[in-house]
Write a protein that binds this ligand. Structure first.
Ligand code: NA7
Length: 554
């Protein structure tokens, strides 16, 4: 689908009429028009602030604008994976599917932007490549690839965790005469794959969705898998009007109940038992029920699946048994079975018939862990021991996640301080919101915040509301300069690491710990204490007059 505003999009051309050529000072520049940037714009404008959003893409929606590959779909229920700040919006928006596909999410983003009168404050095709703080003026100057500049008191980076694309450098890639695509830079117009010999590299959430979607269409699909992934059935369906009506009758209560859960995902009955406290047959019955219900229920079936390796292994083995049940060729089933890391420590995947896809005669699994990719030629992908003639190669190879977006934005603080050297041993933030030495720079869902470990919308709303309240508090007291203290940051870095080490998360070779990017420090980059605890910690900080931040008037 195309965005309704495509015709009228402004272009990042320095020659175009620039409403801010006078260099007028904005209260805030928000970078990114994904769901975080859209809400930040709305919320800060409600404070009476003058705000502009700069967005690299040619439409709004962030992740859901870029990731338009076949099969792209959210794996959190849409009635909960949506804004809660406006009860009217909740009631009037009709999700057509229980789990929305990319096009519906894109439509939702456009709807919200228009409904709340935000579009005129968003400049598209404006990729920020530099952001410099001027200590004398206490302002940020932001420059885009096209040469547009903006000056603002506050810089709000709403960049998303997954926006810097990771494409492996394969020798000979440029020699390949066929089509190469990355799932996160998918063209707007449909890509003709029918009758083509297609290779997909990568079997994360994206690869799993894409592979399932395109397998019936292509002549032959080679799946190049490095690490097998755990995947659970999502049981998507068209929205049942009765279910929707019931949900909307007590929407507010359901959202609040979900917010009390660790991930902000489920309003179900609280889980109270360890996986090791029930009999084998009872455990299997509970897992089976969760599997049939769909979604991530298997991972939430017991209290200790993410904290106890032995408990975790029961869930891991349950999923492996399902793979063996579904996949007819036992050798293929074994190669698809994840081993050696706890389930859930690499982001759990959700699918609609992924493992079944490997029963198709036109799908071949290639294990590139044991037979690694060595090069591309004009017409094929070569592994150490084989050659695969291909017309199309699709990279579903993920992102330089969490820290990549902010570290690649060309941020310089007072005296030209750069961020990457300060974070060379891992990200350093206070609440994932601010980093010491960089006044008035704020991140929404930044490193060491909840980020993707909670329902994205709830996390975004919580982070932005906290920021808005902080800015309002400072304004009321005449403060225009806000900075996290090094002590608060040290404490937060330690706290987040301690929380992570109470879980199994650090054991997974995942993008959560930067394992997918060569040379990246191995640090668990997210707050794993759960949505409700994160919110409580933030509320305590607000109540203490924002202890951990220093304020001054200049
Ligand atoms: P992921 O989850 O990072 O998956 C990327 C996949 O690509 C994964 O299977 C990687 O294997 C594989 N990969 C990466 N580089 C290579 C090379 N060089 N050779 C072979 N295979 C490679 O990204 P997704 O886009 O699927 O999902 C990202 C998030 O979006 C997801 O977690 C949800 O939150 C939504 P590896 O596992 O690293 O061995």
């Amino acid at each position: 689908m195309t965005s309704p505003s495509a015709e009228s999009r402004p272009v990042d051309d320095p020659a175009r009429e620039d409403p801010d050529q006078d260099g007028a000072l904005l209260d805030a520049v928000v970078v990114g028009a994904g769901f975080a940037g859209i809400y930040a714009l709305h919320r800060l404008r409600r404070l009476g602030m003058r705000v502009e959003v700069l967005e690299a893409g040619d439409g709004v929606g962030g992740t859901w604008h870029w990731n338009r590959y076949p099969g792209a779909r959210v794996d959190v229920e849409s009635l909960l994976y949506s804004y809660s700040f406006s009860p009217e919006l909740q009631q009037e928006w009709r999700w057509l599917h229980r789990y929305a596909p990319q096009a519906e999410l894109q439509q939702y983003a456009d709807h919200v932007v228009d409904r709340f009168g935000l579009r005129e404050h968003i400049t598209l095709n404006a990729r920020v490549v530099a952001a410099n703080y001027d200590a004398g003026e206490n302002t940020w100057t932001v420059t885009t690839e096209g040469g547009l500049t903006r000056r603002a008191r506050y810089l709000v980076a709403a960049l998303g965790s997954l926006s810097i694309v990771n494409t492996p450098s394969i020798p000979g890639l440029d020699d390949f005469d066929g089509l190469t695509l990355h799932t996160s830079q998918w063209p707007e117009e449909p890509v003709a794959l029918r009758g083509k010999r297609v290779g997909v590299i990568g079997t994360g959430s994206t690869g799993i969705q894409l592979i399932t979607a395109i397998a019936p269409e292509v002549e032959h699909l080679h799946v190049f898998q490095r690490t097998p992934n755990f995947s659970l059935p999502i049981t998507n369906a068209p929205m049942d009007p009765e279910y929707e009506r019931g949900f909307k009758q007590d929407y507010g209560d359901r959202v609040e109940a979900a917010r009390q859960s660790s991930g902000g995902l489920s309003a179900g009955a609280p889980v109270i038992r360890s996986a090791l406290d029930v009999s084998e047959s009872e455990r299997q019955r509970i897992y089976e029920e969760a599997w049939q219900a769909g979604g991530a229920g298997v991972l939430r079936a017991f209290t200790d699946l993410m904290t106890n390796r032995e408990a975790n292994e029961t869930a891991a083995e349950f999923v492996r048994s399902k793979i063996r049940e579904i996949v007819r060729d036992p050798d293929v089933a074994e190669r698809l079975s994840p081993r050696g890391y706890p389930i859930g420590t690499k982001r759990i995947c959700m699918d609609t018939g992924y493992f079944e896809t490997f029963n198709r005669p036109n799908v071949t699994l290639v294990d590139v862990r044991s037979d690694s990719i060595v090069k591309m030629t004009e017409s094929s992908l070569e592994t150490a021991s084989d050659s695969y003639p291909l017309d199309v190669v699709i990279f579903a190879t993920g992102f330089d996640a969490v820290t990549g977006p902010i570290l690649n934005m060309g941020v310089t603080g007072p005296g030209g301080t750069e961020l990457p050297p300060r974070w060379e041993n891992g990200p350093r933030t206070f609440l994932g919101l601010a980093t010491s030495g960089f006044p008035n720079l704020f991140m929404v869902g930044g490193p060491l915040s909840l980020g993707v470990l909670a329902n994205g919308f709830f996390a975004i709303e919580q982070h932005v509301d906290f920021l808005a309240n902080l800015l309002e508090w400072a304004r009321e007291r005449g403060y225009g300069r806000i900075e996290a203290t090094p002590e608060a940051e040290d404490g937060w870095v330690r706290h987040v690491a301690e929380l992570a080490h109470r879980t199994l998360y650090p054991e997974g070779p995942s993008w959560y710990v930067g394992a997918n990017i060569e040379g990246k420090p191995r640090v668990f980059m997210l707050y794993s204490g759960g949505f409700a605890n994160f919110r409580r910690e933030c509320e305590e900080i607000a109540r203490s007059d924002y202890e951990g931040f220093v304020f001054s008037s200049s």
